[in-house]
Design a binder for this molecule. Structure first.
Ligand SMILES: [Zn+2]
Length: 487
């Protein structure tokens, strides 16, 4: 078997792949073909405007030698530097390895990478360009615009300041308690659920829920793993886990802060998992604990694992799911186009993070992760430090996610619009009304109050009782005479 990698313009892709008399696996706009030499030659006689050759092999390999590796960071290449890489797409690589050797590596059961026969007619990921025109949803826009970089960075810095967040350590419990306190402060119903990390010891998942007042609501779940690990220095080594995954955990807290201030058609649940790095223990046990009716009402799961680093321009987010999550992937890609400047990669090959147990249970889940994560070689080492996270990039991913949550969970209205819609009947009539001036004054006071709330929110100084007093103000407004009166 010979092999060849072609870069193909999207307008030429369908025809080329349909007609190819060769095995192929596509990675965005690049396609890895392999076939007996004559067939490969016939595939593409020369380069043109639409097709260029990226690379080709000049040796003959047995069919069984072509393998695909999906890896976290550079975990496979770090462990097997001697294995020849034919094509390097970071998270995915094509390697030349005899079948029995690949089988032996696979049998070792690593949690950081998988190796399998390369296969045929597979799409590993797709690319959507940034900024495709999409209709903006005003309420989603308001939530996306409210994402606060200082709030995110504050939580990120706290988590990274801990010596480790190894799932079975006391430091991890400290981090879990701290997160629980934050979520409780936002007004959530909270819970700390014990889990077992194999035979390594106990750990916990942190769960926070905002219940909808609807009769039979669905549920939207936002997740990240709170734990970190250091594979180079062992359990006693420092594991700052800034990108992997203080970034996703701080992201969960920031989205929780924003969700707390609105009301939704559906329940919204936030989960910070333990035991991810040892093999998805927290998320597996969470999914296993759900009854059939609880699973059935889940509208979508958005998982964040490494959302802090631009590994290669342009700034790219990878949306990784499965056919069951195609609708959620489309929503996220639309939100990225509408509310961010991110380029989007899409993969239907779920792997090695907390979205996997949900997908295996038939629940639509998507991993949102920085593009080109495998160029990030500090993952799972003491070098995954704060300076490697770019909060401005993380904020882009958070905007995409909160806009999607707003749509999927059915945000009812923003705090800003509530008092204004209440007061409009008084101020927009054509006849002079004696109540008009009073209510204009009231509206001005309310706007001041809202501005103050927003400032405190930005400074992360709002407590549960502040949200309660905000609800009280809203109730007072709704009881004012004139509600629902025609303008
Ligand atoms: Zn991770």
């Amino acid at each position: 078997m010979r092999w060849k990698i072609l870069k193909v313009a999207s307008r030429a892709l369908g025809k080329l792949l349909d007609e190819a008399d060769a095995r192929w696996v596509r990675f965005g706009d690049e396609v890895f073909f392999y076939a007996p030499g004559a067939k490969l030659k016939a595939l593409r006689p020369g380069d043109g405007e639409d097709v260029t050759t990226v690379r080709q092999g000049d040796d003959d390999l047995p069919l069984g030698n072509f393998h695909l590796v999906a890896q976290m960071g550079r975990s496979f290449q770090r462990e097997h530097p001697d294995v020849r890489v034919l094509f390097d797409k970071g998270r995915y690589i094509v390697v030349d390895l005899e079948r029995d050797k690949a089988e032996a590596i696979r049998a070792e059961g690593h949690s950081c990478f998988v190796i399998e026969p390369l296969g045929d007619r597979r799409v590993m990921f797709d690319i959507r360009p940034a900024g495709a025109p999409v209709r903006k949803q005003p309420r989603a826009s308001a939530m996306a615009n409210a994402v606060s970089s200082p709030a995110f960075s504050g939580d990120l810095e706290h988590l990274v300041s801990l010596q480790t967040r190894l799932s079975t350590s006391t430091d991890f419990l400290g981090a879990a308690n701290w997160a629980l306190t934050r979520l409780s402060g936002f007004g959530y119903a909270i819970g700390m659920r014990p889990i077992a990390v194999g035979n390594l010891g106990p750990s916990v998942n942190v769960v926070a829920t905002k219940a909808s007042t609807a009769a039979s609501p669905g549920e939207v779940i936002i997740t990240a793993h709170l734990d970190s690990i250091n594979h180079e220095d062992g359990p006693a080594g420092p594991a700052p886990g800034a990108d992997d995954n203080a970034s996703g955990s701080a992201g969960v807290l920031e989205l929780a802060r924003l969700v707390a201030m609105r009301e939704f058609e559906h329940d919204v649940t936030f989960v910070l998992f333990g035991g991810e790095e040892q093999g998805l223990f927290g998320s597996r046990q969470y999914v296993a604990s759900l009854a059939a009716d609880e699973r059935a009402r889940i509208r979508g799961v958005i998982n964040m694992d490494m959302v802090g680093r631009i590994n290669a321009p342009p700034a790219t987010v990878m949306l990784e799911g499965a056919p069951v999550s195609q609708d959620l992937i489309d929503r996220l890609a639309d939100a990225a186009a509408a509310h961010t400047s991110l380029a989007v990669q899409i993969s239907l090959n779920p792997f090695a993070s907390d979205h996997v147990p949900f997908i295996e249970a038939g629940i639509p889940a998507v991993l949102t992760i920085e593009g080109g994560d495998s160029a990030n070689d500090a993952v799972h080492t003491a070098r995954d430090t704060l300076d490697r996270v770019d909060p401005a990039f993380a904020v882009e991913i958070l905007k995409m996610n909160i806009a999607t949550i707003a749509e999927l969970a059915g945000v009812r209205e923003t705090v800003v619009l509530t008092p204004l819609s209440c007061c409009s009947p008084f101020t927009s009539g054509t006849l002079p009304s004696p109540a008009g001036d009073i209510n204009r004054t009231l509206a001005a006071h309310l706007n001041q109050l809202i501005a103050q709330y927003r400032r405190l929110e930005g400074e992360r100084r709002l407590q549960a009782e502040d949200y309660q007093s905000w609800q009280d103000v809203r109730q007072m407004l709704e009881s004012l005479p004139g509600q629902g009166r025609p303008a």
